[in-house]
Design a protein. Structure first.
Length: 255
Protein backbone atom coordinates (compact mmCIF):
# COMPACT_ATOMS: atom_id res chain seq x y z
CA UNK A 1 0.00 0.00 0.00
CA UNK A 2 2.90 2.33 0.64
CA UNK A 3 4.54 1.70 -2.73
CA UNK A 4 1.88 3.37 -4.89
CA UNK A 5 2.39 6.96 -3.63
CA UNK A 6 6.14 6.44 -3.75
CA UNK A 7 6.05 5.30 -7.37
CA UNK A 8 3.79 8.21 -8.24
CA UNK A 9 6.29 10.65 -6.74
CA UNK A 10 9.17 9.06 -8.62
CA UNK A 11 7.23 9.24 -11.87
CA UNK A 12 6.32 12.91 -11.45
CA UNK A 13 9.55 14.40 -12.88
CA UNK A 14 9.29 12.08 -15.89
CA UNK A 15 5.70 13.13 -16.45
CA UNK A 16 6.67 16.79 -16.33
CA UNK A 17 9.46 16.17 -18.83
CA UNK A 18 7.03 14.39 -21.15
CA UNK A 19 4.62 17.33 -21.22
CA UNK A 20 4.94 19.52 -24.36
CA UNK A 21 6.64 22.83 -23.56
CA UNK A 22 5.32 24.67 -26.64
CA UNK A 23 3.13 24.41 -29.72
CA UNK A 24 3.68 25.92 -33.16
CA UNK A 25 0.88 28.35 -33.97
CA UNK A 26 1.94 29.52 -37.43
CA UNK A 27 4.79 29.34 -39.91
CA UNK A 28 5.48 31.80 -42.70
CA UNK A 29 8.07 30.48 -45.12
CA UNK A 30 10.12 27.57 -43.76
CA UNK A 31 10.75 26.42 -40.20
CA UNK A 32 12.54 23.28 -39.02
CA UNK A 33 13.01 21.22 -35.86
CA UNK A 34 15.68 18.80 -34.67
CA UNK A 35 16.98 16.95 -31.63
CA UNK A 36 20.46 18.29 -32.43
CA UNK A 37 21.54 21.70 -33.78
CA UNK A 38 24.11 20.10 -36.07
CA UNK A 39 22.10 17.48 -37.96
CA UNK A 40 18.76 15.87 -38.66
CA UNK A 41 16.65 18.97 -39.36
CA UNK A 42 13.06 18.26 -40.43
CA UNK A 43 10.22 20.52 -41.60
CA UNK A 44 8.18 21.96 -38.72
CA UNK A 45 4.38 21.86 -38.87
CA UNK A 46 1.63 24.16 -37.64
CA UNK A 47 -0.01 22.77 -34.45
CA UNK A 48 3.05 20.61 -33.81
CA UNK A 49 3.60 20.05 -30.09
CA UNK A 50 7.21 20.45 -28.99
CA UNK A 51 8.99 18.60 -26.22
CA UNK A 52 11.77 19.87 -23.99
CA UNK A 53 15.16 19.67 -25.62
CA UNK A 54 13.83 20.38 -29.12
CA UNK A 55 15.85 22.70 -31.37
CA UNK A 56 14.07 25.01 -33.82
CA UNK A 57 15.18 27.31 -36.59
CA UNK A 58 13.66 29.61 -39.18
CA UNK A 59 15.16 29.91 -42.64
CA UNK A 60 15.59 32.92 -44.92
CA UNK A 61 12.46 35.06 -45.34
CA UNK A 62 10.59 33.00 -42.72
CA UNK A 63 8.85 33.50 -39.39
CA UNK A 64 7.43 31.15 -36.74
CA UNK A 65 4.92 31.80 -33.95
CA UNK A 66 4.79 29.64 -30.81
CA UNK A 67 2.60 29.33 -27.74
CA UNK A 68 4.74 28.36 -24.75
CA UNK A 69 3.65 26.31 -21.73
CA UNK A 70 3.26 29.42 -19.56
CA UNK A 71 0.98 30.98 -22.24
CA UNK A 72 3.68 33.30 -23.55
CA UNK A 73 3.33 34.13 -27.25
CA UNK A 74 6.62 34.06 -29.16
CA UNK A 75 7.19 35.29 -32.71
CA UNK A 76 10.61 34.39 -34.08
CA UNK A 77 12.02 36.07 -37.16
CA UNK A 78 14.07 34.69 -40.07
CA UNK A 79 17.49 33.06 -39.67
CA UNK A 80 17.00 32.32 -35.98
CA UNK A 81 18.04 29.24 -33.98
CA UNK A 82 16.85 28.38 -30.47
CA UNK A 83 16.22 25.47 -28.08
CA UNK A 84 13.28 24.79 -25.79
CA UNK A 85 14.68 23.73 -22.41
CA UNK A 86 13.09 21.42 -19.84
CA UNK A 87 11.25 23.14 -16.96
CA UNK A 88 12.30 22.55 -13.39
CA UNK A 89 10.23 19.99 -11.47
CA UNK A 90 9.34 22.65 -8.90
CA UNK A 91 7.96 24.91 -11.64
CA UNK A 92 6.40 22.72 -14.35
CA UNK A 93 5.01 25.71 -16.27
CA UNK A 94 8.34 27.53 -16.32
CA UNK A 95 9.52 28.39 -19.84
CA UNK A 96 13.24 28.37 -20.58
CA UNK A 97 14.62 29.22 -24.01
CA UNK A 98 18.22 29.01 -25.16
CA UNK A 99 18.27 31.64 -27.93
CA UNK A 100 21.43 31.11 -29.97
CA UNK A 101 20.94 33.64 -32.77
CA UNK A 102 18.31 35.70 -34.49
CA UNK A 103 15.39 37.77 -33.30
CA UNK A 104 12.32 36.97 -31.23
CA UNK A 105 9.41 38.92 -29.82
CA UNK A 106 7.68 37.66 -26.66
CA UNK A 107 4.42 38.71 -25.05
CA UNK A 108 2.48 37.37 -22.09
CA UNK A 109 -0.66 38.50 -20.29
CA UNK A 110 0.38 36.80 -17.05
CA UNK A 111 3.96 37.84 -16.23
CA UNK A 112 5.81 35.69 -13.71
CA UNK A 113 9.32 35.35 -12.38
CA UNK A 114 9.71 31.95 -13.98
CA UNK A 115 10.58 32.83 -17.60
CA UNK A 116 14.25 32.70 -18.55
CA UNK A 117 16.17 33.24 -21.76
CA UNK A 118 19.80 32.19 -22.11
CA UNK A 119 22.06 33.43 -24.91
CA UNK A 120 25.73 32.80 -25.71
CA UNK A 121 26.67 35.82 -23.56
CA UNK A 122 24.43 35.56 -20.51
CA UNK A 123 21.01 35.07 -18.93
CA UNK A 124 17.83 37.12 -18.83
CA UNK A 125 15.29 36.51 -16.05
CA UNK A 126 12.02 37.86 -17.42
CA UNK A 127 9.48 39.70 -15.30
CA UNK A 128 7.94 41.72 -18.09
CA UNK A 129 4.96 41.28 -20.34
CA UNK A 130 6.45 42.30 -23.69
CA UNK A 131 10.04 42.30 -24.90
CA UNK A 132 12.29 41.68 -27.90
CA UNK A 133 15.56 39.72 -27.97
CA UNK A 134 18.13 40.07 -30.76
CA UNK A 135 21.21 37.81 -30.79
CA UNK A 136 23.96 38.52 -33.31
CA UNK A 137 26.40 36.02 -34.79
CA UNK A 138 29.08 36.98 -32.25
CA UNK A 139 26.69 36.35 -29.36
CA UNK A 140 25.96 40.01 -28.58
CA UNK A 141 22.44 40.01 -27.16
CA UNK A 142 20.08 42.98 -26.98
CA UNK A 143 16.85 42.88 -24.94
CA UNK A 144 14.32 45.66 -25.61
CA UNK A 145 11.67 45.94 -22.88
CA UNK A 146 8.24 47.35 -23.72
CA UNK A 147 6.50 46.57 -20.42
CA UNK A 148 7.68 45.11 -17.14
CA UNK A 149 11.28 44.34 -16.24
CA UNK A 150 14.04 41.85 -16.96
CA UNK A 151 17.25 41.11 -15.10
CA UNK A 152 20.37 40.47 -17.15
CA UNK A 153 23.35 38.63 -15.73
CA UNK A 154 26.65 37.05 -16.67
CA UNK A 155 29.90 36.22 -14.89
CA UNK A 156 30.73 39.94 -14.61
CA UNK A 157 27.53 41.28 -13.05
CA UNK A 158 23.78 41.70 -13.15
CA UNK A 159 21.48 44.56 -14.16
CA UNK A 160 17.75 45.38 -14.03
CA UNK A 161 16.26 46.69 -17.30
CA UNK A 162 12.85 48.38 -17.33
CA UNK A 163 10.30 49.62 -19.85
CA UNK A 164 11.67 51.74 -22.72
CA UNK A 165 15.18 50.46 -22.06
CA UNK A 166 17.55 48.12 -23.87
CA UNK A 167 19.85 45.78 -21.99
CA UNK A 168 22.96 44.44 -23.72
CA UNK A 169 25.03 41.34 -23.03
CA UNK A 170 28.50 41.12 -24.60
CA UNK A 171 31.48 38.82 -24.13
CA UNK A 172 34.00 40.08 -21.57
CA UNK A 173 31.79 42.90 -20.31
CA UNK A 174 29.23 43.35 -17.54
CA UNK A 175 25.63 43.89 -18.67
CA UNK A 176 24.77 47.50 -19.55
CA UNK A 177 21.71 49.37 -20.77
CA UNK A 178 20.53 52.42 -22.64
CA UNK A 179 17.31 54.36 -22.96
CA UNK A 180 15.20 53.98 -26.11
CA UNK A 181 12.41 56.20 -27.35
CA UNK A 182 9.06 54.42 -27.59
CA UNK A 183 10.17 50.81 -27.27
CA UNK A 184 6.72 49.55 -28.30
CA UNK A 185 6.96 51.27 -31.65
CA UNK A 186 10.43 49.81 -32.24
CA UNK A 187 9.36 46.28 -31.32
CA UNK A 188 6.28 46.42 -33.51
CA UNK A 189 8.28 47.84 -36.42
CA UNK A 190 11.08 45.30 -36.15
CA UNK A 191 8.94 42.22 -35.58
CA UNK A 192 5.67 42.92 -37.36
CA UNK A 193 6.55 44.59 -40.66
CA UNK A 194 5.51 42.55 -43.67
CA UNK A 195 5.57 42.99 -47.42
CA UNK A 196 2.00 43.44 -48.62
CA UNK A 197 1.59 44.01 -52.40
CA UNK A 198 -2.17 44.48 -52.00
CA UNK A 199 -1.57 47.93 -50.52
CA UNK A 200 -0.73 49.07 -54.05
CA UNK A 201 -3.82 49.28 -56.34
CA UNK A 202 -1.63 48.62 -59.40
CA UNK A 203 -0.77 45.13 -58.08
CA UNK A 204 -4.23 43.99 -57.03
CA UNK A 205 -5.98 41.22 -59.02
CA UNK A 206 -7.38 42.57 -62.28
CA UNK A 207 -5.15 45.65 -62.38
CA UNK A 208 -3.56 46.44 -65.74
CA UNK A 209 0.04 45.65 -64.80
CA UNK A 210 -0.55 43.00 -62.12
CA UNK A 211 0.03 40.17 -64.60
CA UNK A 212 3.40 41.67 -65.54
CA UNK A 213 4.67 41.07 -62.00
CA UNK A 214 2.75 37.84 -61.40
CA UNK A 215 5.88 35.69 -60.77
CA UNK A 216 7.17 38.11 -58.12
CA UNK A 217 3.73 38.37 -56.47
CA UNK A 218 3.44 34.58 -56.39
CA UNK A 219 6.87 34.38 -54.72
CA UNK A 220 5.74 36.85 -52.05
CA UNK A 221 2.60 34.83 -51.36
CA UNK A 222 4.81 31.76 -50.89
CA UNK A 223 7.05 33.63 -48.46
CA UNK A 224 10.00 33.55 -50.89
CA UNK A 225 11.10 37.14 -50.33
CA UNK A 226 14.57 36.83 -51.86
CA UNK A 227 13.21 35.26 -55.03
CA UNK A 228 10.62 38.02 -55.31
CA UNK A 229 13.36 40.63 -54.93
CA UNK A 230 15.39 39.01 -57.73
CA UNK A 231 12.35 39.01 -60.02
CA UNK A 232 11.68 42.69 -59.32
CA UNK A 233 15.23 43.98 -59.80
CA UNK A 234 15.25 46.12 -62.98
CA UNK A 235 16.75 44.51 -66.08
CA UNK A 236 18.80 46.66 -68.47
CA UNK A 237 16.61 48.01 -71.23
CA UNK A 238 13.34 47.29 -69.43
CA UNK A 239 11.21 50.16 -68.21
CA UNK A 240 9.83 49.28 -64.77
CA UNK A 241 6.64 50.67 -63.30
CA UNK A 242 7.16 52.93 -60.24
CA UNK A 243 5.25 50.45 -58.04
CA UNK A 244 8.01 47.87 -58.61
CA UNK A 245 10.50 50.20 -56.93
CA UNK A 246 8.10 50.78 -54.03
CA UNK A 247 7.82 47.03 -53.54
CA UNK A 248 11.61 46.67 -53.65
CA UNK A 249 11.86 49.31 -50.92
CA UNK A 250 9.39 47.36 -48.78
CA UNK A 251 11.48 44.20 -49.24
CA UNK A 252 14.64 46.08 -48.24
CA UNK A 253 12.98 47.16 -44.97
CA UNK A 254 11.68 43.64 -44.29
CA UNK A 255 15.13 42.13 -44.81
Amino acid sequence: MVRTPLLACLALPLALWAQPVAEIVSIKGKGEHSLSPTSGWRPAQVRQKLDAGMWLRTLQDSRMALLLADQTNATVDANSTWQLKAPETAAPRRSIIDFQKGKGRFETKAPTRSFAVTTPTGLAAIRGTEWLVEVEDDGRSTFTVVEGEIELSNALGRLAVGADEQGILERGRAPYKRRVENARERVQWVSSFSVDPSMYPELRPGAAIASRYAPALEALRAGEIERARTLLVPVDGRDEAPVAYFLLADIAIYR
